[in-house]
Write a protein that binds this ligand. Structure first.
Ligand code: F6R
Length: 241
């Protein structure tokens, strides 16, 4: 694992955006794996700025998001489809028919998960951006005795619903189910970019990166991947020796 610790959010965002843009520029048909949440916001803002100022084009890019809530339509402002559109897709030139998220409105969730996995198999992810949950989750792969490899529907942990409640009007509105790429699908990416910010994640960062590889900390499975770049701010990295 290549771990880098940054003094400022700007430096971290610029480094991550450069890495994503270099993947986009160096491949004829790049496939990006994208995440939502608060962690990537500064990175997406930087990418939008690079698109505008340096004319970086995303016309040849395909993207797959990690996850989506079940039961929210793409025009619901809490859906991840809406998040991606408002923070990234609407501001760059990526064709909308090349951006994919699991369909949380699918009637048959199992069929939707297999459809998503088949697409990922045909277009393997070159660079997968990940955030980290306080309990060690990646995507919505929560700590469990056993983890699911492929894309699957998952019941969200109370802790995760509470952490995400800040984006909703009330806790009742936070969906109970989501569709997520599985840890197996995530680990198939050629290069993984894990980004973590904040003192509140320092303990889980240490466990995930240096602790035992265990399904109790899903992110610890990243230790088995040959090409992981970890970008931390000072606070998130402060427990690493
Ligand atoms: C988002 C996702 C989640 C988040 C994680 C951290 O698509 O899959 O695993 O990356 O919950 O969330 P933030 O960045 O809001 O702290």
């Amino acid at each position: 694992m290549d771990i880098k610790i940054f003094d400022s959010a700007q430096e971290l965002d610029a480094f991550a955006a450069d890495l994503i843009v270099s993947t986009v520029q160096n491949k004829p048909a790049p496939v990006l794996g994208l995440a939502t949440g608060s962690t990537p916001l500064g990175i997406y803002a930087k990418i939008v700025e690079m698109h505008r100022r340096q004319n970086i084009s995303f016309q040849h890019v395909t993207s797959y998001n990690l996850d989506e809530y079940v039961g929210l339509t793409p025009d619901n402002d809490q859906s991840y489809a809406y998040y991606m559109k408002s923070h990234l897709f609407a501001h760059i030139d990526i064709p909308s028919n090349q951006t994919f998220l699991p369909n949380g409105m699918a009637e048959d969730l199992e069929a939707e998960c297999s459809r998503y996995d088949s697409m990922l198999q045909e277009q393997p992810v070159d660079l997968q951006l990940l955030g980290l949950g306080h309990n060690g989750h990646i995507g919505f792969n929560e700590p469990a005795e056993a983890l699911t490899g492929g894309t699957h529907a998952v019941k969200l942990e109370q802790e995760t619903r509470e952490a995400n409640a800040r984006f909703f009007a009330s806790m009742d509105e936070v969906p109970e189910l989501a569709i997520t790429m599985g840890v197996g699908s995530i680990l198939k990416a050629n290069h993984i970019l894990l980004v973590v910010r904040g003192a509140d994640k320092a303990d889980i960062v240490k466990q995930a990166l240096t602790g035992p590889i265990t399904t109790d900390v899903p992110a610890s499975l990243l230790q088995t991947h040959p090409r992981v770049t970890v970008l931390l701010d000072r606070e998130a990295g402060r427990k690493l020796a």
